[in-house]
Design a protein around this ligand. Structure first.
Ligand SMILES: Cc1cc2nc3c(=O)[nH]c(=O)nc-3n(C[C@H](O)[C@H](O)[C@H](O)COP(=O)(O)OP(=O)(O)OC[C@H]3O[C@@H](n4cnc5c(N)ncnc54)[C@H](O)[C@@H]3O)c2cc1C
Length: 386
């Protein structure tokens, strides 16, 4: 139905075939018990989809962010939620682009073989929120180790991951020339860390999304686990964030098509006042409008992917794709819920579940206002507002 559907038809069909094994009822049941889709993520891993971006020399197929985004889109479009596993794709970007050969040799083949999961990234902190440059979690070098103290919040999939990418200050904010200096990125082996300096406190939330508060008390990380150069970590994390925003744009596009497909089928079928609901312009227009917005967002998503894969700057496009796609999927969600009438609220239709899931992307991983502020400052050259 989408104008871009003829891109990567074989890849789409292969992912769809896997997703057909995990129908609405599977995700509905997991949502109801607030579980984790172990079987689904296991099947994706065994099929190699979560290793898409790992180069052939490390045992993966060496695909780009574009193909990774198609995989994520198809999961959401099938009625599932890629939020359970998308971390692996964008965290991979940080390791691939900035990790040392030794780090890549150590982790990537095992990830490609499905023996290691790289699903978590710890950036957000409770006291500083969107103001990432002020994070307070600090890692102090002591011989061949770093000792980490601090706190993170909303860190997803920690209990379903073996590794976590962690952003911490290695030089206090007061001692750096530029606020973005002095932060470093570490690979944390969660299997060693949890219970030995890292405490995980899960946060119950509106979506069925495994996320947690993290407390670091003298957590020791081997110095060899720093990614790239100490103090340059913010730059590396930005690459990961661009990949994350673009992938989540693709997921929102998958959601958007799901909502539009569902509501279109429903309003063709449902008759009220002696004719199909979909014969009324008051019903047609919001659905058509949402469809137009999803299609437009999709173009920006492919532009962001192309730039990322070509190693070109893509911050503006990644942010704009995420903004447009999250807005479009939310419009589509509203139309879908509205025109299902009361049935939209019944769990068995899955609309309320997908409605909650897609709502998250107005806030996380970057909120709409932060994208607007980015575009105002970095694209339009307006004065920094904060
Ligand atoms: C389910 C879930 C999963 C998440 N997973 C992860 C994860 O895996 N890793 C991770 O690091 N983080 C994660 N996050 C955190 C997420 O990235 C943050 O919630 C988000 O960046 C917003 O930060 P905050 O919640 O502290 O909101 P705040 O920074 O307190 O902002 C609150 C609101 O105010 C707005 N606002 C703030 N400042 C301004 C301003 N100057 N002008 C205008 N508006 C402003 C914001 O846009 C936002 O809407 C997750 C969050 C959720 C809810």
């Amino acid at each position: 139905m989408g104008a871009q559907d003829d891109r990567y038809p074989d890849l789409r069909e292969a992912v769809r075939a896997l997703c057909r094994e995990y129908p609405d009822a599977y995700f509905r049941a997991i949502d109801e018990r607030r579980g984790y889709p172990e079987e689904f993520v296991g099947a994706l891993t065994r099929a190699g989809w979560l290793a898409a971006m790992i180069p052939a020399e490390y045992g993966g197929p060496g695909l780009g962010l574009t193909e990774a985004s198609v995989i994520m889109e198809e999961i959401n479009r099938s009625g599932g939620n890629a939020g359970a596993c998308h971390g692996q794709m964008y965290n991979m970007g940080t390791l691939l682009r900035h990790g040392s050969d030794a780090q890549k040799r150590r982790y990537l083949p095992a990830i490609a073989a499905g023996e290691l999961r790289l699903q978590s990234m710890g950036v957000t902190e409770p006291t500083t929120g969107s103001d990432t440059l002020k994070i307070r979690t600090i890692a102090v070098r002591k011989g061949d180790r770093y000792v980490v103290n601090g706190q993170k919040v909303w860190i997803s999939r920690v209990l379903h991951s073996d590794l976590m990418i962690l952003l911490a200050r290695t030089t206090p904010l007061a001692d750096v020339a530029r606020k973005s200096d002095g932060m470093s990125v570490f690979i944390v082996d969660l299997r060693d860390a949890i219970g030995h300096g890292l405490t995980v406190q899960p946060i119950a939330n509106m979506v069925n999304h495994e996320t947690a508060e993290l407390f670091f008390e003298n957590l020791e990380i081997p110095a060899e686990n720093v990614i790239g150069t100490e103090g340059q970590g913010f730059r590396y994390i930005l690459d990961g964030l661009n990949a994350e925003r673009t992938l989540i744009a693709a997921e929102c596009i998958g959601d958007g098509y799901w909502f539009i497909d569902r509501v279109t089928a429903y309003v063709k079928d449902r008759e009220v006042f002696g004719r199909p609901l979909g014969q009324n312009q008051g019903v047609q227009f919001p659905i058509a409008e949402a469809h137009i917005e999803v299609e437009a967002a999709n173009l920006m998503r492919f532009d962001a992917c192309r730039r990322f894969d070509a190693n070109e700057p893509c911050g503006a496009q990644a942010n704009m794709a995420k903004y447009l796609a999250a807005k479009a999927s939310w419009e589509a969600a509203n139309a879908c819920l509205q025109f299902h009438g009361g049935y939209g609220f019944a769990r068995e239709y899955d609309v309320e579940r997908k409605f909650r899931e897609t709502r998250l992307y107005q806030v996380a991983p970057v909120s709409t206002n932060m994208i607007l502020a980015y575009v105002a400052e970095h694209v339009l050259g307006l004065p920094r507002s904060f």
